[in-house]
Design a protein around this ligand. Structure first.
Ligand SMILES: *[C@@H]1O[C@H](CO)[C@@H](O)[C@H](O)[C@H]1NC(C)=O
Ligand SMILES: *[C@@H]1O[C@H](CO)[C@@H](O)[C@H](O)[C@H]1NC(C)=O
Ligand SMILES: *[C@@H]1O[C@H](CO)[C@@H](O)[C@H](O)[C@H]1NC(C)=O
Ligand SMILES: *[C@@H]1O[C@H](CO)[C@@H](O)[C@H](O)[C@H]1NC(C)=O
Ligand SMILES: *[C@@H]1O[C@H](CO)[C@@H](O)[C@H](O)[C@H]1NC(C)=O
Ligand SMILES: *[C@@H]1O[C@H](CO)[C@@H](O)[C@H](O)[C@H]1NC(C)=O
Ligand SMILES: *[C@@H]1O[C@H](CO)[C@@H](O)[C@H](O)[C@H]1NC(C)=O
Length: 449
């Protein structure tokens, strides 16, 4: 029997890929394939097929394949295909077998801001036309993406709606969006740019819209606020095989997210892979259980980073960055608990988002600056259980690199260059007592001495 799982807004799968607000071309080059490791995902078993699915519902290994064209979509880039996508979603969501939505190759589907709500009976796959090929000698199925999902050009389309949401999946579990090849999720950001306060200073600053789901993202290196993929309030997210070039973080993970697996990432230019910023405006924010494994970063401002604001609360913990190659990266490894990008200087405060159990393993490459490792932790919440293993980062100039540590506790093993500056020794954990607001303090609020 298939599991029927409902989800509440607090644990809703809402993986927000923030790409719009720019001239964005989200070409889906590689695939989210084989998402089998995350809790609850089943391998999608496919029969070998070639070419396009045209039949509206083919039962394939108990998975029903639904083609948007069979729901009246025009796919000409001008007609509004929102209703067709909503209709096909409703059917897919109501089926108790697995369901796949196919967005066929060669067409362009104009879709207005749309909510796709769960819970669904089925495991839903939204994808494009497929072909079979083999990768690295292993026979796998991949999907050649050729179709385009197109956002409306006019920002006024969002009048009265939340501009942060374009394709918004909410309360859905086991959603998989996959593609490959030459397909696109096109944010149509030109007009947003033209009106942005960052390009036209006579305009007031407002919020950028959000594109949900995208696989490979290309935005100009000088475009502000164009995180390639932005994960917020999400659990069980897998990102695999991505190529991201942008002017902001390639991937950022914020606010109350957990169980995030990131694998096979190429990032550059951009600001690297970031957890945070967390704790802005004294907010509470927690990120837990994140693994970034196998990544290549080049010409980026940061490599792997955790950034938190003074005054916040919550935690970032159980985080692993491993098997990472860097080339000409300005801050290859950085923890910054003093993050501040506001115009006024941020004052130091007692509260901070705590950082615990962070592993950096097998990281090699070149740094554009001398301080290849920066671990700048908070005075009141020192970082604990940091772990460095097999790190070899030299500078692009003369090779000599340095580490910087402040209130950073942990251990290292293997060859670590620049040499670790972590404080080890006996760590006494003292439970802090808060006088003013005891509800903000939890079991995890320890300090090290
Ligand atoms: C989708 O739902 C969110 C709230 O969950 C709302 O803010 C947004 O306006 C909705 N969008 C549409 C197109 O209905
Ligand atoms: C900037 O925005 C203002 C107000 O919306 C507009 O009148 C002006 O034409 C814009 N400038 C450019 C260069 O687009
Ligand atoms: C995270 O969760 C906490 C507690 O549930 C809540 O107070 C906070 O606003 C959330 N933060 C974000 C950024 O969603
Ligand atoms: C955060 O808390 C500190 C200390 O309570 C206070 O001084 C500061 O104004 C607060 N900042 C914001 C943005 O609320
Ligand atoms: C190194 O990266 C910077 C951007 O951080 C870039 O300007 C510079 O050209 C890069 N150097 C090389 C040799 O690629
Ligand atoms: C905050 O604390 C750090 C570490 O103690 C210190 O280096 C920095 O100068 C302080 N910043 C401000 C604005 O006081
Ligand atoms: C190596 O280059 C850095 C600048 O990248 C410089 O600060 C440092 O002094 C140089 N070290 C040596 C030993 O030449």
């Amino acid at each position: 029997m298939r599991e029927l799982r409902s989800s509440t807004s607090s644990n809703a799968f809402s993986c927000c890929f923030r790409t719009s607000f720019s001239q964005i071309l989200c070409s889906i080059i590689y695939l989210l394939l084989n998402i089998t490791k995350a809790n609850g995902f089943n391998p999608l078993i496919q029969l070998p097929t070639n070419g396009l699915y045209r039949s509206s519902s083919i039962s394939l290994a108990r998975t029903v394949v639904l083609n948007i064209d069979d729901f009246g979509a025009k796919g000409d880039g001008f007609s509004d295909d929102t209703k067709s996508l909503q209709d096909v979603w409703k059917v897919a969501c109501s089926l108790s077998s697995g369901a796949k939505i196919v967005i066929p190759a060669g067409n362009s589907y104009l879709v207005r801001p749309t909510n796709f709500s769960g819970p669904c009976l089925s495991k839903v796959t939204l994808k494009k036309s497929m072909t079979q090929r083999s990768l690295l000698g292993i026979i796998m199925l991949s999907y050649l993406v050729s179709g385009t999902i197109l956002a409306p050009r006019d920002p006024n389309t969002w009048d009265g709606l939340d501009v942060h949401k374009w394709l918004y999946f909410h309360g859905v579990e086991n959603l998989k969006v996959e593609g490959g090849g030459i397909g696109k999720i096109l944010g149509s950001g030109n007009e947003w740019w033209a009106r942005s306060c960052k390009t036209n200073h006579s305009n007031p600053c407002t919020h950028a819209p959000t594109v949900t789901s995208g696989i490979t993202v290309i935005a100009p290196a000088d475009s502000p606020n164009t995180d390639g993929i932005h994960i917020s309030t999400s659990t069980h997210v897998e990102l695999k095989d991505l190529i991201i070039a942008t002017g902001d973080d390639c991937i950022s993970i914020v606010g109350n997210s957990s169980k995030i697996r990131i694998e096979n990432i190429i990032c550059g230019p951009g600001h690297g892979i970031s957890i945070g910023s967390l704790g802005k405006y004294n907010s509470t924010s927690s990120v837990e259980d994140v693994t970034v494994s196998v990544a290549f970063l080049f010409n980026t401002e940061n490599g792997v980073r955790i950034k938190t604001w003074q005054g916040g609360s919550g935690f970032a913990r159980k985080i692993t960055f491993e098997n990472i190659w860097m080339k000409n990266v300005s801050n290859p490894i950085i923890i910054d608990q003093y993050y501040c990008d506001s115009l006024v200087t941020c004052l130091n405060q007692t509260l901070a988002v705590s950082i615990d159990s962070v592993t950096f393993r097998n990281i090699e490459g070149t740094s554009a600056t001398e301080e290849a490792i920066i671990l700048a932790c908070s005075d009141s919440y020192p970082c604990k259980r940091l772990y460095l293993e097999n790190i070899q980062i030299i500078t692009t100039s003369n090779g000599t690199a340095k580490s910087f540590c402040w209130e950073a506790y942990g251990t290292s093993s293997g060859l670590v260059y620049p040499p670790s500056c972590l404080s080890s020794g006996d760590i006494i954990i003292r439970h802090q007592v808060n006088k003013s607001n005891s509800t903000r303090w939890r079991e995890d609020d320890f300090a090290l001495f």
